[in-house]
Design a protein around this ligand. Structure first.
Ligand SMILES: Nc1nc2c(c(=O)[nH]1)N(C=O)[C@@H](CNc1ccc(C(=O)N[C@@H](CCC(=O)O)C(=O)O)cc1)CN2
Ligand SMILES: Nc1nc2c(ncn2[C@@H]2O[C@H](COP(=O)(O)OP(=O)(O)OP(=O)(O)O)[C@@H](O)[C@H]2O)c(=O)[nH]1
Ligand SMILES: [Mg+2]
Length: 461
């Protein structure tokens, strides 16, 4: 452990601002001095005691509240923990925090960094890395489905699946390593133990976990969808229709939207970050400076989109000007978009025109007709095929680790199925597969990764 992991720490654990109740929480060794100073007496372990929180003079109280002492190791962090549950005013909480720091000067008490309580829980084996990540994912969850799957990951569902895979891998590795030690029997031994069968079963299970992790990562991260097209085709109207609120200004004037307007909506619990952009028209047509900058931003948004909704106006198709404008946009679309399946043609204003063109989704931002089909299309494009029940939250980091595990298993399988298998390579690939898997729960993790993960937490968590 790094030296800083030995300092006792303290922070306000509740959200900034005013609230009914606010908590100051300390964790570390030798909190007795802080308890005596603020509570004036010893506290019964893990019992809520109502008492005055004492100021430096030992007589006046800062507040009256509930104190709880969790002796190590039975606490959130696994260290000794003191909780002061006070009235939830920012000033009273700052006074309590300052008083704790003063009383704890002798033991080196300092203010906690973001995520440091949870980092300690991880370092003291109260949570593994995937569970610690689920803590912040639960706090950050923006949809019910995301919150429920974060709770599932926090309670260890995801980690258990990873451990099951790991245990099977270890079993297989032992078999292969043992065979390496008795080269004369090698092929025979592997065959008897059905090493290949084991490898196939592990791979199939890994694929299932990988699929669920991808869905979980989608629930956490969502997708970025950009609405773009010529001016006046109804982009802002579509954003408003999807969001169910008048977010962006809609007028019959071409060039109404100057800057992007973003809103996160949810479709079946999947967060969808929708971005409405300034209408694109050719260099010659965009006369003013503001509009030109707006259009440049539109193109920048298109570059980073998971999906592009290219919006067309059914009432204007066939007009020479309009068709020329469409051709301009098509010519400038990034190749990756126009060739892939991330581009969706949306034909708007179906309420006011005949729908002639077949390819694309016809809808009316005005009446809402066709919106459900668009929502379905977006989920399909995102790769969403699960129902949120039974999912666990996951991150890109987890999906990457599972993918690398998968690659090593494939390389191991290539040896296992070869007529002349190189057992040392087989053994090495299995070792690498286990190491990649171990990154998820933090069995094999570098310090900089931990710093990166915990620094994203809020203070006091
Ligand atoms: N007041 C308060 N509420 C809170 C927290 C907290 O720290 N304080 N939590 C913080 O995020 C969450 C709860 N997490 C906790 C996790 C473990 C333990 C704990 O005491 N664990 C002991 C005993 C377990 C047991 O009795 O089964 C242990 O692990 O040994 C407490 C809270 C949510 N609510
Ligand atoms: N009939 C009909 N009119 C629509 C529909 N959607 C939008 N409109 C109208 O089309 C006009 C332009 O709508 P906006 O949503 O502002 O279009 P935009 O693409 O955001 O325009 P810019 O921001 O200028 O690029 C408005 O008068 C809308 O009322 C639709 O589905 N049907
Ligand atoms: Mg607009």
């Amino acid at each position: 452990m790094l030296p800083r992991h030995h300092d006792p720490i303290v922070a306000v654990a509740t959200a900034p601002g005013r609230g009914a109740v606010g908590i100051v929480r300390a964790s570390g060794k030798d909190l007795g001095v802080v308890i005596r100073a603020l509570c004036g007496k010893r506290l019964m372990p893990r019992h809520a005691t109502y008492l005055p929180f004492l100021d430096s003079d030992g007589a006046t109280s800062i507040d009256q509240g509930i104190a709880i002492h969790f002796p190590a190791p039975h606490s959130y962090t696994g260290e000794e923990v003191l909780e002061l549950q006070a009235h939830g005013g920012p000033v009273v909480l700052q006074l309590l925090l300052a008083r704790c720091l003063e009383a704890g000067r002798g033991i080196g008490l300092r203010v906690a960094e973001p995520g440091e309580f949870t980092e300690r829980a991880y370092l003291n084996d109260k949570l593994d890395l995937a569970q610690a990540e689920a803590v912040i994912d639960l706090i950050d969850a923006s949809t019910e489905a995301a919150a429920r799957s974060a709770t599932r990951s926090l309670s260890g569902d995801f980690s258990r699946e990873i451990h099951t895979l790991r245990d099977q891998l270890i079993h297989l590795r032992m078999l292969v390593e043992a065979t390496l030690d008795f080269p004369e029997e090698e092929i025979d031994f592997l065959e008897k133990a059905d090493a290949r069968g084991q490898l196939t079963r592990i791979t199939a299970q890994l694929d299932a976990v990988l699929d669920r992790a991808r869905q979980g990562a989608l629930l956490r991260e969502g997708i970025k969808v950009v609405i773009a097209g010529q001016p006046n085709v109804g982009k802002s109207s579509l954003l408003n229709a999807l969001a169910g609120a008048e977010l962006a200004i809609v007028t019959p004037i071409a060039g109404t939207t100057r800057d992007k307007v973003s809103q996160t909506i949810q479709i079946q619990g999947v967060p969808v970050h929708v971005i409405d952009t300034a209408g694109i028209r050719g260099e010659h047509a965009a006369t003013d400076e503001v509009e030109r900058i707006g259009i440049a931003r539109t193109w920048a948004e298109i570059e980073g989109a998971d999906a592009l909704l290219f919006l067309h106006d059914l009432t204007r198709m066939g007009e020479a000007d309009y068709d020329a404008g469409e051709a301009d946009i098509v010519a400038r679309l990034p190749a990756a978009l126009s060739s892939g399946d991330r581009l969706v043609h949306v034909l708007n204003k179906s309420d006011a025109a005949q729908v002639a063109r077949a390819h694309g989704i016809a809808l009316s931002a005005k009446t809402g007709a066709g919106l459900d089909e668009l929502r379905r299309k977006l989920l399909e494009l995102a790769g969403w095929h699960a129902s949120p029940e039974g999912l666990f939250i996951a991150r890109t980091r987890h999906v990457d680790a599972l993918r690398r595990t998968r690659e090593h298993l494939a390389l191991a399988d290539a040896q296992a199925t070869s007529p002349d298998p190189a057992l040392d390579i087989l053994a090495e690939e299995l070792r690498l597969a286990q190491a990649a898997l171990g990154e998820i729960t933090g069995e094999f993790s570098a310090d900089d990764l931990l710093g990166e993960i915990f620094s994203r937490f809020c203070i006091g968590k």
